[in-house]
Design a binder for this molecule. Structure first.
Ligand code: GLP
Length: 259
């Protein structure tokens, strides 16, 4: 794991956009997209590079991590809609090639299996963006999720529903159930890039990066992965015991080694 601590959120987003741009410029790429507020600045920076620098997404396709169950696709807070309004509509990524689990499927278990199969058939995800919940969840894998889990239905914790209530009229409108790529599914992406901003994420980041590998902190599954870049601001780094070493390692990174 490489931990990159940046002084400001803007610099976090520049670093994440640099990483994604490298993949996009290489031609055909499969992006793993995350929703939530953490990656929004990175999406805005990528859209700016598309507009002003000609960054071309025409060779890209994308898979979303998760979706709410129980709200229609057209709902403005469905992740299907959010990823379009926040990112896809602002770049030349073909919306037909942006896939997400269908939270409206009649047979939700079959839909979960289908989604995993479609990701595999596309050759897997090259670079997966991840946010982190205050309880350490990634995608919507709440504490207790099997570290090898596949896409499936999960029940949200009350804390996650409260955290996400800001996107809805009230907490009562936040669905209880979701379809999410499992921790095993997410781990199959070839490069994981986690974004975390602000003090509210400091405990979750410390647990994910320096705590034990445990289903209690689903994001700790990153410790088993061979290519992880955790890009965070100073506030999100305040719980890290080895923060000075991580800064030192980034400063002394061999020129030949990329993120
Ligand atoms: C939701 C999403 C996650 C996201 C998390 C954190 O639960 N399913 O993918 O990482 O929220 O969101 P935020 O970045 O808004 O703090």
């Amino acid at each position: 794991m490489e931990i990159v601590i940046r002084p400001t959120a803007a610099e976090v987003h520049t670093t994440v956009a640099d990483i994604v741009e490298g993949y996009v410029r290489s031609g055909h790429v499969t992006l793993g997209l995350a929703t939530g507020s953490s990656p929004l600045g990175s999406y805005q920076e990528l859209a700016r590079r598309h507009r002003e620098e000609g960054l071309d997404f025409s060779g890209a396709r994308a898979f979303l991590l998760d979706e709410y169950v129980g709200i229609p696709k057209g709902h403005e807070q469905s992740y299907f809609s959010v990823i379009r309004s926040e990112f896809v509509d602002h770049v030349n990524l073909d919306p037909a090639l942006v896939s997400s689990p269908n939270g409206e499927a009649e047979n939700i278990d079959a839909e979960a299996r289908r989604y995993d199969a479609v990701i595999a058939a596309a050759g897997g995800v090259d670079v997966q963006l991840l946010g982190i919940g205050t309880d350490g969840h990634i995608g919507f894998n709440e504490p207790g999720s099997s570290l090898t889990s596949r896409t499936r239905v999960k029940t949200l914790t009350e804390q996650t529903r409260i955290d996400n209530a800001r996107f809805f009229d009230s907490v009562d409108d936040v669905p209880h159930h979701v379809l999410t790529q499992g921790l095993g599914t997410i781990s199959e992406a070839r490069h994981l890039v986690m974004i975390a901003l602000g003090e509210g994420k400091a405990d979750a980041i410390a647990a994910a990066v320096e705590g034990p590998l445990a289903a209690f902190c689903p994001a700790s599954v990153m410790q088993l992965h061979r290519h992880v870049t955790v890009v965070i601001d100073e506030a999100a780094a305040t719980g890290l015991k080895l923060a000075d070493y991580y800064r030192y390692a980034v400063e002394h990174k061999p020129a030949s080694q990329r993120f």
